[in-house]
Write a protein that binds this ligand. Structure first.
Ligand code: FAD
Length: 383
């Protein structure tokens, strides 16, 4: 693997850095306090091509490779994980999955809008009763003539109240032990679909997270994406790539923690000396730095495998597992460097820690990643 970035990759990273400095950094505290990112950010992300990375240009995408995608995701994660998550879901989980599994009409209809930021996508897999055990989801889609009637509910859906389309997973086959799940691309203004914002989150406060309820929703057969019964494979393939994106966002959090800790340690004096001169403070900082490098290398490794068309799912689980735990550790260490000032939101590290905490939970908890890695190594499923 070549660790030297190409000119294009450097350029897109710089573009993302500048975007974060100009459009995100000045608003981070305000958005977090108000529990609301300014929605106009979505079109701005689209206009720079950040919502179309890796999507073919013929469908409105901006092309690029997966390492470039990770670089942008890292920079957005460094700026604000709430914004990073908008991209990871609308592009990473929805648009990329449409590009891989959608039919021509679905691609032509949704991809130009999603990549331009004129439409937002959300990913509806988790339900109130099934999180890690997503294969046992209970939302039902029953065929009736030339449509499906869908009933059920989805929990913790990122972009939920903002989204124009939900990539929805519902059971179309009741055979016991059979993962008869299908994927649907459902416009969120379809009658019978309602949404409720989930407030009071520990982190990612600016992000629109929702419960989505489906009551007698009539979905035309044309909304089915991929073959009927293939939905679980579609969801798992989306999540494998999604984990790379979460990992890259976590590298961004850890990098932000490092920058903040080094900056503060250099300014703060106690006992008549800079706290940067104390070995125990340097230990906190060096632990963060090692976490940043290790998480970044594991993440780049996944991008490299994807770009070379090699199997990458286990590597993505390793990267997501390590990077998410590393982001929590890094933010926590940075908070320690800040002392009491780390505990108030005038300084960035408290938010980094709150935002990092969910990364070990969603797109498969750390325990689930270990089961995936363990299964790949031993050939035995411990689920
Ligand atoms: P559970 O599955 O109930 O797990 C509880 C605990 O049990 C965890 O510690 C878990 O690791 C452990 N556990 C479960 N099974 C096992 C096992 N076999 N072995 C060992 N330990 C086990 N979902 C979506 O579909 N779309 C989204 O956009 C989305 N966004 C989210 C945004 C936020 C802010 C949050 C908090 C969640 C989001 N989720 C989303 C849901 C997320 O993916 C789930 O919360 C996650 O998969 C865990 O499911 P759960 O919360 O039901 O926990």
């Amino acid at each position: 693997m070549n660790l030297e970035l190409s000119e294009e990759q450097e350029a897109v990273r710089q573009l993302a850095k500048d975007f974060v400095a100009r459009e995100i950094a000045p608003h981070v505290v305000e958005w977090d306090r108000a529990e609301n990112v300014d929605k106009s950010i979505v079109k701005k992300l689209g206009s720079l091509g950040f919502l179309g990375l890796t999507v073919p240009e013929e469908y409105g995408g901006s092309g690029g490779d997966h390492l470039a995608y990770c670089l942008v995701t890292e920079e957005l994660g460094r700026g604000d994980s709430s914004v990073r998550g908008i991209v990871s879901v609308s592009l990473g989980l929805v648009a990329k999955t449409i590009a891989a599994w959608g039919d021509e009409a679905q691609k032509r209809h949704w991809l130009p809008k999603l990549t331009a930021g004129e439409a937002i996508g959300c990913f509806g897999l988790t339900e109130p009763g099934t999180g890690s055990d997503a294969g046992n989801l209970t939302t039902k889609a029953v065929r009736d003539g030339d449509s499906y009637v869908i009933n059920g509910s989805k929990m913790f859906i990122t972009n939920g109240t903002w989204a124009d389309v939900v990539l929805l997973f519902a059971r179309t086959d009741d055979t016991p032990g059979h993962k008869g799940i299908s994927a649907f691309l459902l416009p969120t203004d379809t009658p019978g679909l309602s949404r409720r914002t989930i407030h009071g989150k520990l982190g990612l406060r600016g992000q629109a997270t929702a419960e989505v309820v489906l009551e007698g929703v009539r979905a035309p057969a044309s909304t089915l994406m991929g073959p009927q019964g293939k939905g679980f494979s579609i969801a798992m393939s989306a999540l494998a790539k999604g984990r790379m994106s979460v990992a890259a966002g976590c590298v961004g959090i850890a990098q932000a923690a490092l920058d903040a800790a080094v900056g503060y340690a250099g300014e703060r004096e106690q006992f008549g000396k800079s706290i940067a001169s104390y070995q125990l403070v340097q230990e906190l900082i060096s632990d963060i730095a090692v976490d940043v490098d290790a998480a970044r290398l594991l993440t780049w490794r996944v991008a490299d495998l994807v770009d070379r068309g090699e199997p990458f799912a286990t590597a993505a689980s390793k990267a997501k597992l390590f990077a998410s735990e590393a982001a929590v550790r890094a933010a926590n260490n940075a908070l320690q460097v800040f002392g009491g000032y780390g505990y108030i939101d005038e300084y960035p590290v408290g938010k980094l820690l709150r935002d990092a905490r969910v990364m070990t939970l969603y797109e498969g908890t750390s325990q689930i990643q270990k089961l995936i890695i363990g299964r790949a190594l031993t050939g035995v499923s411990a689920f």
